[in-house]
Design a protein around this ligand. Structure first.
Ligand code: NCD
Length: 324
């Protein structure tokens, strides 16, 4: 069911997907277009393709994950690859093995694609220099989470068609969020205007370098926006108290129907998950299918990951550095 246009050749210029900062507009559009094809495939009864038959994908997740890991697993399986989910907690990591040693060991088993999530910013890039398989960054510390930004972009494009001139507010714990960074790079490149809404304690020190507008008052920041993207408080990355209490945080920065009224009528509400209901988002908003596209983001996640695996496999087939 692949259309001729989709077979036209390489989409990505590199054999890894490490972040959105280095992606070109053409690469982004290529991945989004390819993902549309997989949205259709995933909505059909027969979801399977043989594109990656014979290929091996390893998921190596050092941090908890529901959506990202399961969607990479499904994506790999639907494309016909053998998928191995490393159970990091019960692996030799618990005996003190380093990231590099674990990854080198897995690399010796000749996987074609390694999907890695790690608490250290730069971990995926480091592995891409040490291993001879394709490396996909599934989240490195507070640095980047490229497939999340791509699935967010796919969700937005399906509703609003173009990014040009859209105003997107990213609200909450920007300081610790790789989702925010990947989205800022991608959305700005595509012509959207990004606003960050957060208390000073939850903004990165170098926030102005992103070329975004910054707001500390949520009602002010939400005025006239097309998209409201909410972020979880990443307590696991915080040492010390960044907010006085969850209750007070919700009062000032939690998205409820009343604050949402400041956004453009028909504005979409997004959240990468996992949500902390009553902390950054009110259940009434999160579950309101008139405004919330949170479940659609999850659906788009599988399609985007299939597109990424497809695009990387073109490099494998073309005899690039990963071909064996
Ligand atoms: C995000 C992550 O892990 O960076 N989740 C995800 O991948 N959907 C955001 C988060 O953990 O809050």
């Amino acid at each position: 069911m692949r259309s001729a246009a989709l077979d036209e050749g390489p989409i990505l210029q590199t054999s890894h997907l490490l972040g959105t900062e280095a992606l070109s507009v053409d690469e982004i559009i290529g991945l989004l277009d390819l993902a549309e094809h997989y949205v259709t495939l995933n909505r059909s009864a027969e979801k399977k393709s043989a594109l990656l038959r014979g290929r091996t994908l390893i998921n190596l997740f050092y941090e908890a994950s529901t959506r990202t890991q399961s969607s990479f697993e499904l994506a790999g399986k639907r494309l016909g690859a053998d998928v191995l989910n490393m159970a990091v907690k019960t692996s030799s990591v618990s005996k003190g093995e380093t990231l590099i040693d674990t990854a080198t060991t897995l690399n010796a088993m000749r996987p074609d694609i390694l999907v890695v999530r790690h608490q250290a910013s730069g971990a995926a890039e480091l592995l891409s220099r040490k291993l001879n398989c394709c490396v996909v960054n599934a989240g490195d510390g507070s640095h980047e989470h490229p497939t999340q930004a791509l699935l967010d972009a796919l969700t937005i494009r399906r509703h609003l068609r173009s990014f040009e001139g859209l105003v997107v507010a990213i609200c909450g714990d920007v300081a610790h969020s790789r989702v925010a960074r990947s989205n800022i790079h991608l959305l700005s490149k595509m012509g959207a205007r990004v606003r960050l809404i957060a208390p000073r304690t939850l903004l990165p020190a170098d926030a102005d370098r992103f070329g975004v507008e910054i707001f500390h008052d949520m009602r002010e920041g939400l005025k006239g926006v097309d998209i409201v993207m909410m972020l979880r408080l990443q307590l696991e990355r915080m040492s010390g108290a960044f907010v006085p209490s969850a209750r007070e945080y919700f009062h000032f920065y939690g998205l409820d129907a009343e604050k949402l009224k400041n956004a453009k009528p028909g504005a979409l509400v997004m959240h990468p998950g996992p949500m902390n209901r009553g902390v950054e988002i009110d259940s009434a908003v999160a579950d309101d299918i008139e405004v919330s596209v949170i479940q659609e983001q999850v659906e788009m996640g599988v399609a985007i990951r299939m597109a990424v695996l497809d695009a990387l496999s073109r490099g494998l087939a073309a005899g690039g550095r990963n071909a064996r």
